[in-house]
Design a binder for this molecule. Structure first.
Ligand code: GYE
Length: 329
């Protein structure tokens, strides 16, 4: 009887130790599902965390609303989660709720879009795209492509379709787009408007531009989904996308590769949604008691187009047809 009691006691101790280890609660406040990029990003992180032994995943989709994200973060605090992964739909307005996360002493990992208050709050690690560089690459690609085609001295009308207003992916890419234009005086900016990173809004904005603007030579779309929506509008207006209008997207999702191969789109600047490797590695280190750096880690990214070999200073473009088979999103 005493032996049995000892055995039960040992099992109980082992079980509670195992379940303490086995229950690291990781919560993710995601923006929504506005684009193919976002779907790939959510799938990548979800798969990695749910398949990790000993980790539980709590996911919240904010449907593009900041107030939903604030509610989700407060819920995570109430649920006493162990780690919070956070991507903010816009960059401002997070000071109060992120302070609350800090006060609850829940380690925070920033992914993709960075909040403006990052230097006033505590966080453990940050992973995201170099949005200013991506915007610069979009314009440099057009400038260098036109030069390569002997059109470097031609005045060319450019429209910029921006992402969600106030998102760091939008402000950064716009900053890079505008800085890039300074190096190519023949590229004339004639319109700039948000298409909110979605296909439907990209299509609607292009429809209205085609009606109101006399001549559009180049579309810079701050993500591929808006470029794809715009392609539908261009076709519906009886014009030939990729020829009458040069189209440069951003993200390098599978559908953009297909559009480039079909000749509808000319170039896409890569912004990877695949952060799970970084996030899992960071979480494992934090759980083991290690400290990580505060700098934003930018993954290395490429530029893919119809041509290949366009030199953009920091990177040379690759022909989409040559790399499509190895793409994972
Ligand atoms: O480019 C876009 C998405 O924040 C980098 O958000 C991300 C952007 C991405 O909706 O497609």
């Amino acid at each position: 009887m005493r032996k049995l009691f000892a055995l039960v006691l040992t099992l109980a101790v082992l079980f509670s130790a195992a379940s303490a280890f086995a229950d690291v609660k990781i919560a993710f406040s995601q923006i929504g599902q506005e684009s193919d990029w976002r779907t790939a990003n959510t799938d990548d992180i979800t798969k990695a965390i749910t398949s990790h032994p000993g980790w539980t995943f709590i996911y919240d989709d904010a449907q593009q609303k900041q107030e939903n994200q604030i509610k989700a973060l407060r819920n995570f605090i109430t649920q006493n989660v162990d780690y919070i992964l956070f991507t903010g739909v816009v960059s401002t307005g997070w000071d109060e709720v992120l302070k609350e996360v800090n006060e609850a002493e829940i380690p925070l990992l920033l992914i993709d879009r960075m909040p403006d208050c990052a230097d006033k709050i505590e966080y453990e690690a940050a992973f995201g795209g170099d949005f200013v560089e991506e915007g610069r690459r979009q314009i440099a690609w057009v400038g260098e492509y036109l030069k390569a085609k002997g059109r470097g001295d031609e005045d060319v009308n450019v429209v910029i379709m921006e992402g969600t207003t106030g998102a760091s992916a939008q402000t950064g890419r716009t900053e890079g787009n505008l800085a890039g234009l300074k190096a190519y005086p023949h590229l004339k900016l004639i319109a700039q408007q948000s298409g909110n990173f979605t296909r439907a809004e990209g299509q609607a904005v292009m429809e209205s531009w085609l009606k109101s603007l006399e001549k559009i030579d180049v579309l810079i779309a701050q993500n591929d989904d808006m470029a794809l929506g715009a392609i539908d509008a261009i076709k519906a207006a009886g014009k030939v996308p990729g020829k009458d209008i040069i189209i440069v997207g951003c993200d390098s999702v599978k559908a953009a590769f297909d559009a480039i191969l079909a000749g509808d789109m000319n170039c896409t600047v890569e912004c990877t949604p695949l952060y799970s490797k970084f996030v899992v590695d960071a979480l494992e280190k934090l759980i083991a008691g290690e400290k990580l750096g505060k700098e934003i880690v930018h993954p290395a990214e490429g530029v893919f187009d119809t041509e290949g070999g366009i030199d953009l200073g920091t990177v040379t473009s690759q022909k989409a047809a040559d790399v499509i088979a190895s793409r994972v999103y």
